[in-house]
Design a protein around this ligand. Sequence first.
Ligand code: ZN
Length: 395
Amino acid sequence: MTTFAYPWDLARLGVERTLEQLVADGFDTIHLAATYHPIDAVSPRDGVLRLFTSARGAVHFPARRERYGRIEPSMSSPDTCAVWPEVAARASSIGLDVVPWTIVLYQPWIVDRYPDCARVLPSGDPVEAGVCAANDDVREYVTALCADIVDQFGVGTLHLEGVIPASYDYGLLRPRVLVDLPRRARELLAVCFCASCRRRGASAGLDTDRLQRLVNDAVAVELGMEPRGSTPDPEAAGEDAELQAFAADYVRASVELVEGIARQVQSGDALRLSTIAWSPFHALLGEASDESFAEVLGPFDQVYVSARATNDRTRVALEARARRGLELAVLFAPSDLAAVTAMAATPPPKSSERIASELAAAADLGAAEIALYNYGLLRETDVRRVSAEMRAAFA
Ligand SMILES: [Zn+2]
């Protein structure tokens, strides 16, 4: 039983006090953010509602600059970074495991400083929200970052969030999208045309200029616009074998990134790799879709899935559990997180019936781990109440 938590909340609440309270509430693990994407987080603790702001994302542990190459970590405040060594020093003595919760690609500060690392839309427009896993400097940075965390804190599990973007618009800040984009158009828009991806495509013998025109024209047709070039049937465009190969290779770039991390950090003690995994492609990859997602899960020992085993990603994860012992975990929040990502100011709390049914579903799934999202964003009374329900569901 774990909780995802922010180091800035622990800095404010006190490390020793927070860790002891976690153990008292039945938690045996804490997922502590080591890096994080942009956030405005409100914390209702100790009699005052506080706001934490990070406009472009940051690194929240004391990274050692000399270990990095071209991309040097953008550090959070010294107070926040100081939490990591303190947690690592105290946690083991009270029986708490620490898992670095590491945001991999959704780091706008990298794009600010190194614009060539950005993911690029078929239009050629860079996406400031995140970097591309195919970029060599991004790979060097992420690998160095993970090795830095593991070497400093001797953790047993490393959690990697977002090794591949969930969708073309993942992480857009205050997005304005007033057109209705059909799923196929959304998938086509998620194909990256950055210089690294184009180079990979060219070396695989693909005509990336043609693919870029094809995608733009197919999206235009989907949106009822006049395409600039040909007038392709969007369905036929989606079934273009070269485009499917190019999209599959974009997914593979993320797999290679994780494999590189595994090689770098697993030279010493055994380390488990965990993730919350997704893929921007489904219809586009057709019958190869499941296989591609299984490939994404390949380097991991544990994956967080939806409690209800109804979606394709959970189904593929269940197959991987049966085949090779992949461990399943469930992230649980007492409020509707879908509303958070839809930019609602205040997500509706879940009813007690819904909380009970979600926890029962997680237990039925045979989840080996359940995580509470998110320690500092909940009132202390919420944590106490929900953690009791989590313990009861898994008893
Ligand atoms: Zn790319």
